[in-house]
Write a protein of this length. Structure first.
Length: 352
């Protein structure tokens, strides 16, 4: 049996960090050998530092591991990061400079022009940026690959087959985002009970900017943004897990509704061809029921890695409208980063 790659988790005690631990517990290619978090947690065992907030028990293998500072060196070959954006820039940068591949879930480097903002099904060609990133940042052998914001991943995955087949001219997205997206403790219960909050700091900008980069064209050292207009309005709703978005799309080339449905439902890409461990058989599931998708019923589709689409209809203002839903801490965060790492391994990009 091939030896597993030793990985470190930055932000291990958080909502996304806990998902990393849960998803990696029985992973065939990666084993967790280092955990890092803030100085509130450093020096403690993981079970002293972390209140486990996912269903089931805290995995036994992490309980006695010591939580360390998110700075090199750590006893691992690869870093998964789920640090807050403001901390991540310095920490992830220092790991990359010390020669570690950094697979980040934070926003800090997503829009840097030499950093791939990767969804393996959508833009694996953007990994071409790694050569210029390595050369431009000192040739130290380390690098940073990021995954998009949790709502952006769902939006870009849903748009990708439409964009490649018909071209997308414009998209309007109205999100309904789960509470776990704000980390723990997140939004105060008295603010969200019996309520919807029409503001999530930075989220609309992230969706509008990141989507253009993900669907853009890569050159040796840069990405040219996709020529489309994206408009996003984001709302926090009283749902534990699972982000939803109502989307309206205008296409460049006319397409019938059956063609649009077929493009979405039949979409597969390199992760499915390579049978990557975390790749869902169907990245996009199209449901016909009038009242789907719903967070409670559909967030775990494809082990939390599929985007579920429903309510696909012609639209009176743009061309088509539909509702998309995906699991924000799996496809939208930890699962996305793990799939990115699986692709890097499969393509021989890690040089370890
Ligand atoms: P969270 O639950 O608040 O966890 C934050 C983690 O970062 C904890 O491990 C915390 O450690 C650590 N941390 C906080 N301040 C630190 C500091 N000054 N130095 C070192 N470590 C520090 O947040 P989260 O929801 O997991 O989100 C983590 C990152 O993933 C964020 O960048 C977020 O934007 C991104 N993200 C989240 C989601 C989601 O659905 N939740 C989706 C996509 C992306 P302590 O426990 O020691 O404080």
């Amino acid at each position: 049996m091939t030896k597993k790659l030793r990985v470190g988790i930055l932000g291990a005690t958080g909502m996304v960090g806990q998902r990393f631990i849960q998803l990696l517990e029985h992973h065939p290619q990666f084993e967790i050998t280092a955990l890092a978090a803030s100085d509130r947690s450093q020096g403690k065992t993981f079970q002293e530092a972390c209140t486990w907030r996912l269903a089931g028990e805290m995995p036994a293998f992490v309980r006695t591991m010591k939580v360390e500072a998110p700075q090199p060196p750590l006893d691992c070959q690869l870093i998964f990061s789920s640090l807050p954006g403001d901390i991540a820039r310095d920490s992830e940068g220092s790991f990359a400079a010390a020669g570690y591949p950094v697979i980040s879930n934070s926003s800090a480097y997503r829009l840097d022009r030499d950093v791939p903002l990767l969804i393996p099904e959508v833009n694996p060609d953007h990994l071409a940026l790694l050569d210029s990133q390595r050369a431009g940042r000192g040739g130290h052998g380390g690098f940073i690959v990021t995954n998009p914001n949790c709502s952006t991943i769902m939006l870009a995955l849903a748009l990708a087959p439409l964009h490649s087949r018909f071209g997308v001219k414009s998209v309007i997205a109205t999100t309904m985002q789960a509470l776990s997206g704000a980390g723990y403790p997140g939004v105060a219960s008295l603010a969200i009970s019996d309520n919807v909050l029409p503001f999530i700091e930075g989220e609309e900008e992230k969706i509008e900017q990141e989507t253009l980069k993900i669907l853009g064209k890569v050159t040796a050292a840069n990405v040219t943004d996709a020529p489309m207009d994206v408009s996003a309005q984001c709302n926090r709703v009283n749902v534990s897990d699972g982000h939803m978005a109502a989307l309206r799309v205008k296409l460049v080339q006319a397409a019938g509704i059956e063609e649009v449905k077929a493009a979405l439902a039949s979409f597969t890409a390199i992760p499915q061809e390579l049978h990557l461990h975390s790749a869902p058989a169907q990245p996009i599931i199209v449901r016909e029921e009038l009242d789907r998708p719903q967070p409670r019923l559909d967030r775990d589709a494809g082990n939390g890695m599929s985007v579920t689409i429903g309510r696909l209809l012609p639209d009176n203002v743009l061309d088509y409208r539909f509702v998309a839903l995906s699991h924000n801490t799996i496809r939208g965060a930890a699962g996305a980063a793990i799939l990115n790492a699986e692709l890097l391994v499969a393509l021989g990009k890690l040089n370890l």
